[in-house]
Design a protein around this ligand. Structure first.
Ligand SMILES: NC(=O)C1=CN([C@@H]2O[C@H](COP(=O)(O)OP(=O)(O)OC[C@H]3O[C@@H](n4cnc5c(N)ncnc54)[C@H](OP(=O)(O)O)[C@@H]3O)[C@@H](O)[C@H]2O)C=CC1
Ligand SMILES: O=C(O)C1=N[C@H](C(=O)O)C[C@H](O)C1
Length: 241
């Protein structure tokens, strides 16, 4: 399969390594230095574009790709206020758009565990909920996209929680997300339920970027023959059935 990498930083390079191992051809590697090469991407020359750029560039890249009718796997975080618009463009132009805040299979299992735990804990209001995420110091956005997805999973399953706040003491109806930036940490997410007498904690620790990159290549392989809007649940549900 012909893959174009839109964004060729830490993730672009990790994705390249996995894609080549799996027999795919990288037909473009685009970063800020050669951003104009984006103009050459077309459905005739590229099967799937994998977009891991920056919170500031993703919307413009995705708009461009959707208008061209390309198939895109996107992992960039911090731009999702414009997600509905991008999904609308994908539908209009019969393109394909696959988004996940985290492509790691382990994190997607952790998302499911988080929802189950939230449902079990919802009647037990003596437990306060704390979420935390730790990432490397080059990360541009906070909270992480993954932490936001985790907070959304709690809100879907606990009616007492209706919004989240970042790095501030939460009100009773809010979930507090605490972000810290340390060294080269690839990504660590935890949820704690704390009462006066005990605590319950679930945690996912990525050891490297390989898990994210593997999931993104898997998503590209899965998307190749599809049009529409998809996420990891679609891919994992199909693989499990
Ligand atoms: N969903 C997931 O599983 C994961 C998501 N991420 C997210 O992916 C994004 C990228 O992460 P990471 O690779 O670590 O970041 P890096 O900063 O290492 O890489 C970003 C790359 O994007 C390039 N870039 C910036 N603007 C443009 C543009 N307009 N056109 C093309 N390329 C551009 C940069 O170019 P240059 O080098 O020239 O500046 C750089 O090559 C982040 O939002 C991060 O949160 C990260 C890991 C997993
Ligand atoms: O920027 C990163 O590195 C990561 N970003 C994603 C996020 O914001 O959740 C996924 C992963 O945790 C690594």
């Amino acid at each position: 399969m012909k893959i174009a990498l839109l964004g060729y930083g830490k993730m672009g390079k990790a994705i390249e390594a996995i894609a080549v191992q799996r027999g795919h051809e990288i037909v473009a590697k685009i970063d800020l230095n050669n951003a104009a090469e984006r103009e050459n991407l077309s459905p005739d020359s590229v099967d799937v574009v994998i977009e891991f750029s920056s919170p500031h560039s993703a919307y413009d890249n995705l708009k461009f790709c959707m208008q061209k009718g390309l198939k895109v796997v996107c992992g960039t975080t911090g731009w999702l206020d414009k997600r509905t618009e991008i999904e609308g463009l994908a539908t209009e132009s019969q393109a394909a758009f696959f988004y996940a805040s985290n492509y790691s299979i382990g994190v997607n299992l952790f998302f499911q565990l988080n929802k189950i735990l939230a449902r079990i804990m919802a009647p037990h209001q003596q437990y306060e909920i704390f979420t935390s995420e730790i990432h490397h110091t080059e990360k541009l956005d906070a909270p992480s996209g993954t932490a936001i997805t985790l907070a959304e999973g709690i809100m879907e399953n606990n009616p007492a929680k209706t919004s989240w706040v970042s790095n501030e003491i939460p009100k009773a109806s809010e979930i507090g997300i605490w972000s810290s930036r340390e060294g080269k940490v690839p990504g660590t997410h935890a949820i704690k339920y704390i009462s006066e007498v005990d605590e319950i904690e679930i945690k996912h620790t990525a050891y490297s970027r390989t898990g994210f990159a593997f999931g993104a290549v898997l998503a590209a392989e899965w998307l190749r023959d599809k049009t529409g809007i998809f996420g990891m649940e679609d891919l994992l549900n199909e693989k499990a059935s």
